[in-house]
Design a binder for this molecule. Structure first.
Ligand SMILES: [Zn+2]
Length: 96
């Protein structure tokens, strides 16, 4: 889709950088976001990392594809979560 061709209809009228509006319960507008917890097992301070989504919309059929604005921060949080979640490998080496 970023290459300017719709995967659904092969249309070439692609609108990029479209804001994806979310509405809170109060009706306020905000950008739709995705979040990863870098420390999901914590009681508090789970280390929520968020990034907004933006969209590519096909101007022919309306197919919409979502992209994270800053995927790098999600990757870092996910890696941190894995590192924290994996038990230390002490005395677990199996003899061959
Ligand atoms: Zn299309």
């Amino acid at each position: 889709m970023k290459n300017g061709i719709c995967p659904k209809c092969d249309g070439t009228i692609i609108v990029q950088g479209v804001r994806v509006i979310d509405r809170s319960h109060g009706g306020a507008q905000q950008d739709l976001s995705v979040a990863v917890y870098s420390n999901p097992n914590a009681w508090l301070f789970k280390g929520q990392v968020m990034t907004e989504l933006w969209a590519c919309v096909c101007g022919v059929c309306g197919f919409t594809e979502l992209y994270a604005t800053n995927p790098d921060v999600l990757v870092k949080a996910a890696v941190t979560a894995q590192t924290l979640g994996v038990p230390k490998k002490e005395d677990e080496s199996e003899p061959e």
